[in-house]
Design a protein around this ligand. Structure first.
Ligand code: F6R
Length: 364
């Protein structure tokens, strides 16, 4: 039931503060500021690597997870697209853990990768939304996302719940590996606990984003840029635009701009930049200057400080609340989802059932 919403996708975007809150509370003791005790198929304190594989949006969640595991827990992560992982015969050590991410729990390539790791004798964990799924059943341990059923073909709330699980696991791993002390753990947990409130505030930007989407719907190509965790998020923003509005979009690491894609920049291709005011904000500003110097139109998604410090003219600036670093990917997911959603609505596409796509991809 869509309730008062036009599409399931819209409803699912708006459900995010609640489902992210449920998911975080499953892993984190928010009152005491510690990661909870929960069943895990591998000991985060002992494994020497983590191999993650997944497809599509779930893969991009895993890529953000890599930044977190490596930054906070000093745990090296190999991350692969499952259709590549299953055939590329990578050497795997039994001291590693294997982690799969899937909303449906039925994606053929992800399942095949899981079975490959099973043969290699690795302990297997899965972040899944559908508890009674094949991937859940065949894993040694399941880390559930509590997103509830996701009906829209384009993944929204499952993605932010996957991020919530990954952030929680990264904090757990950081504590288990002695890379953060009690105070740092408390701080990270407290910061994550603010995600639902910050997500709620971000949803209030819908009017501005809807207006912007009307402009965006006139373009044929869009470039998304970001650094650090905003790089996978740029790819996610591009994926969302492609799949529901059929606008050709590419997501790039901002630093890669001058290695090729800058040749595409003109007035006909807006550049959406995801750049909170963080330690590498200035680097991203230089990239925006390169875009502006070539007549590119910039849409900047940032916070109040970023808006104040940015020295480039933008077509529009979307100002989201100030967020702690670990919460940023969850909160910044919302404007990119809304932008894709409203653009598709203006274009009159079938938002919940985009052409050629299936919710569950059970063939390779
Ligand atoms: C994009 C999208 C797909 C899925 C991918 C994996 O919005 O929904 O890219 O993320 O097909 O599906 P699951 O997570 O079910 O394995």
């Amino acid at each position: 039931d869509k309730g008062n919403y036009r599409h399931f996708m819209e409803k699912e975007i708006y459900e995010q503060p609640e489902v992210v809150s449920h998911t975080l509370a499953h892993y984190l003791d928010l009152a005491n500021g510690v990661a909870k005790e929960f069943d895990t198929p591998f000991d985060f304190g002992k494994i020497d690597r983590l191999a993650i594989s997944a497809c599509g949006t779930a893969y991009l969640a895993g890529l953000i997870g890599k930044y977190w595991f490596e930054r906070y827990a000093r745990l090296p992560v190999d991350i692969d697209i499952a259709s590549e992982f299953r055939y590329r015969e990578m050497p795997l050590s039994k001291e590693s853990g294997a982690l799969f991410i899937s909303q449906s729990g039925e994606t053929a390539d992800t399942l095949a990768s899981l079975r490959y790791c099973r043969q290699e004798g690795l302990p297997i964990g899965a972040i899944v939304n559908v508890r009674e799924s094949t991937i859940a059943r065949e894993s040694d341990g399941v880390f559930p996302t509590l997103a509830g059923p996701e009906i829209g073909v384009a993944s929204t709330k499952a993605f932010t719940c996957q991020l919530s699980v990954l952030a929680s696991l990264a904090v757990k791993a950081a504590a288990a590996r002695g890379k953060i002390d009690k105070d740092q753990e408390k701080r990270l947990v407290r910061q994550l606990s603010e995600a639902p409130k910050l997500a709620n505030q971000t949803l209030k930007l819908s009017d501005q984003i809807e207006k912007l989407a009307r402009d965006l719907s006139h373009y044929k190509h869009v470039l998304y840029l970001g650094r650090d965790t905003n790089f996978p998020l740029a790819m996610e923003g591009a994926l969302k635009l492609k799949e529901i509005s059929y606008i050709h979009a590419e997501g790039y690491a901002a630093g890669e701009l001058k290695h090729g894609p800058i040749a595409l920049i003109d007035e006909q291709m807006p550049v959406i930049v995801i750049a909170p005011y963080d330690r590498i904000f200035d680097k991203t500003v230089s990239n925006m200057q390169e875009v502006a110097a070539r007549g590119g139109k910039i849409i900047l998604i940032t916070d109040a400080k970023g808006a104040a410090h940015s020295t480039v003219d933008t077509l529009d600036t979307i100002v989201v609340p100030d967020v702690p670093e670990i919460v940023a990917p969850i909160v910044y997911s919302l404007p990119i989802q809304m932008l894709a959603y409203y653009t598709a609505v203006f274009m009159g596409t079938d938002v919940d059932q985009p052409r050629n796509l299936a919710k569950s991809v059970t063939v390779e």
